[in-house]
Every structure is written in structure tokens, then in C-alpha cells.
Write a new protein. Sequence first.
Lengths: 274, 274
Amino acid sequence: MERTELINLIKRKKSLLCVGLDSDITKLPACVMTAEDPIFEFNRAIIDATLPFAVAYKPNLAFYESNGVKGMMSLQKTMAYLSDKRAECFTIADAKRGDIGNTSEQYAKAFLSNEGDFDFDAMTIAPYMGEDSVKPFTIYPNKWVILLALTSNKGAADFQFIEGTNGQRLFESVIIKAQQWATESNLMFVCGATQATMFKDIRRIAPKHFLLVPGVGAQGGSLEAVCDNGLTEDYGLLINSSRGIIFADKSADFAKVAADKAAEMNAQTSKYFK
Amino acid sequence: MERTELINLIKRKKSLLCVGLDSDITKLPACVMTAEDPIFEFNRAIIDATLPFAVAYKPNLAFYESNGVKGMMSLQKTMAYLSDKRAECFTIADAKRGDIGNTSEQYAKAFLSNEGDFDFDAMTIAPYMGEDSVKPFTIYPNKWVILLALTSNKGAADFQFIEGTNGQRLFESVIIKAQQWATESNLMFVCGATQATMFKDIRRIAPKHFLLVPGVGAQGGSLEAVCDNGLTEDYGLLINSSRGIIFADKSADFAKVAADKAAEMNAQTSKYFK
């Protein structure tokens, strides 16, 4: 999906919402567990119910890989189901991959190629291995790299805030250097919402890039603080909620409740849409 | 596999060799391409031929994921094939995963649990997200985390050498901090062989940990320099070669040639075994 298409999608839906499909098989509602493929059945219901409210869907690969081959089939079916909804939503493989060049090429092929089983619009990438580990993800037309910069977890403090002798903290070095590898039309950054006060610092060095913001909801970040500090004239934010939406209810009404939660998130950001 | 078992395996085989199963389907010998599952067929032949010479096998997940669901089936079959050879080799999922705690738990379950499809002895992990992204991989008994420290690629220079105001370079901070999260009995570090001169610095801060060393062969690292600077009294090194062994020959003799190449690597390190 092109940047302008994404911006138009946000405007049309008046939504910044990305629904995280962290479809943990041990947490699914009982009513889907009799289906042949409970994870797919769950995802399909969540997608059908939330599509009017969500700009993006983000399956978290770990929750599929943890079910082995069967889990990857659930992911494949989910992406096939989303394939005729390509104009209505942006899709993100939350994969956090990254390896030497010839290997990153294979990961890019796995998740971004339109000839493979998945064909996502974007995928999350870890920056530790530097330029040649990131570049192979940038070569697919209209596909995006979403690079980890400032994550929403406690461990973010272990390395991401290390201040280099150049005065930059590690997450700032990542944001600055990565702009040599890709543009605001195919590069986003992951910036955790629990660090909302940092968004001002990030906008100073990445004024136009989209930010994918996890950590709202279950992880405790404030939606308003994120918007006040992170929004740009092109919106520039995709705000993720996973557990807070998809597991809000475990009854047979789970999908309807998920849609209500998604609508609530949009209501909280409605003031930012004129 | 326990640390003492691993050390004994190294002594018994007089080998430090890890064979990287980067089984790129576009590079397989023609003779396996008629098999129902060419990647598995290739891996099986490579394993049969090299098992006397190799201490470890390291399937690189990217080369399986790039074939979608089918590729994950090839990986599952490969690990099932290795399951009755558990005492004869150490297995590493080269996955370079890492995410917030509840997600890393799922990746750990995917690749380290003996109830899943794969049941590896170890997996490679990216350190960027810190402690809670690494810890879930340390809870499986006799299973190992192999944390990226100093990688073998050019992009390693982008962030890993950033010197913090505490005087430590980033890869040194990773090695020092991670020792609070796990012990030398379940934690190794990835240290690239193209950086052999760095091994002395690494041994100063990690004198006993095993190091997984990629970058020998196709990537140009020197085996002798690695051993001279990296060996400990418990050996403490697993030296990986992927393309240099598995793709050394494309004829019907490919597996025999792979075994010869593996034996050659062992010959180069034989002087280190009394």
C-alpha cells in the first residue's frame, strides 16, 4: 500500500487503529474451539466485526509459530481472507526479524512477496544487525519496513537508552541512521506508547515518518498523550491494541464486543479528525 | 542438552563444527528436486553424511519460512529426523527472535518446547528489547539462549560498536548485562568470525561462555584466528559453516562432498584437540 493510500484510509475511517491479532490459542473463546481451525475462525470473526473501525491488522507471528505448522496454516488462511480487503486495511507481520543480507532476503520473500503464502504490506524488523540486515526488506514496491526504535516493554531500558559518545541515545541513532536506508514512504518506526513523553524527541528527528505504537491498553500507555505528542499533518500514527480488543470478551459475542472496543478507541481519537 | 554433554560431544568428535542448514530451495542439487519434499531430502542426506564430523546443526528459519507453510513442514520433518540423534548433535534454531515477554514466551514455546513441532536445543535471540524479551527463552531445562552480540555482517558496525558513556561498546554491554539473566550453562553469544581480533576483548568479559561463531567460509573469517583467540579449556566455541559445506557441490555426490568439507574443517582445528 502506498503512503497516500494509507493516509486516505485513515481519513476515510477516521481511525488510527491497528488491531493486533495476537490470537493465542489458549485464550480463544470456547465457541470457536470446535471449529476445524479455531485461530482462523477467531480471526475471521474479529476481522469481519472490526473492519469498519480498523485501519490495520497486525498478526503477531509468535502466536502462530507456537502452534507449529498448523499455526502457520492459520496465518496463511487469515492472510488469504484479508486478500480481497487489501484496499480497506493495511497488514503488518509483527515478526521482528533481521539477519545478514542473504537471510533477510529470505524473510522479506517469506512475508512481503506477493508470490508467497502471506503477502503482508509491512513487517517489523529489529535493527541490531544494521544496514544490510534491513535493506532487503525495502526493495518490494509499496511494501514497508517497520523498524524497532523505542519499544514498550521494561527491557527497553536495558540498551535502547544507552547514550553514545555522540550524544545520541541508541533508539535515536537507529531512527537517524535508518533514514539513510529508506524513505518516509516505506519506513516506519515502532515507538512504544508507555514512553509517550519521548514522542516529542522522536518527532524532532523523524517529523514525517509513520510510527507504529504498541503498548496502549494492556501495557498501560495513554492514547491522548501519544496523539498530542506524535500526530503529524498526515496523521503519522498507527496505534495498536491487541488483547484490549480481541480478548475483551470470551462469550459468543466476542466479535461484537471487539468491535465496540475498537469503536471506543476511535471515539477517543475522534477529536483529532476535523 | 546439558553443558557437560555438549563438551563431551565436542571431545568425542574432536570437532567444533556447526553445520548451517541454510537450505535455500533455489540452490539445491538437481537430484533432490524430484523428491516430494526437496528441502527435507537434502537435509537428510547432509545430516547422514556429516553427522560423524558435526557437533551441531543450525537450520536457519528464514530459508524455511520463505517457502511458507510447506517450508515449515520441511523444518518439522528435519527436526523429527534429528530427534533420534539427540545424543549425537546439538540443534540450534537460527531464528533471531525477541519481543515483549508474553510474545517471547510464544517463540520459546514454538522452538524450545518438547511438546511442539520443533524441540530445538537452542535458539538465537536478538538483544535489542532487553531482559524481559530474553528471559522467557531461559526457562526450559537444558535448553539454551544464543544471544546476538557481535555479528559477522558489515551492518554490525552501524550500532554494535557504538560506545556508551560508560565506556562499553554496545556488544560489550549486551554480553555483560545478559550474564545477569542466565548462566554459562544456558547462555551463549553469537560472535562473528570476521571480527576475530575482537575475540580477545570478548573473552575478557565472557571467559567461560560458549560462543557461536558464524562467518567462517563464505563470509571470509579465519578459523585459526577464531580458535587462537576464542578457545577456552572447555573449548567454548561452536564454529558454523553453512554454504561452504552444504552447497560445496551440486552433483549427485553433494552429500559426500559436504562430508569431505566438514572433515577438512575438523582437520584445521585438530591441533587444538590433545
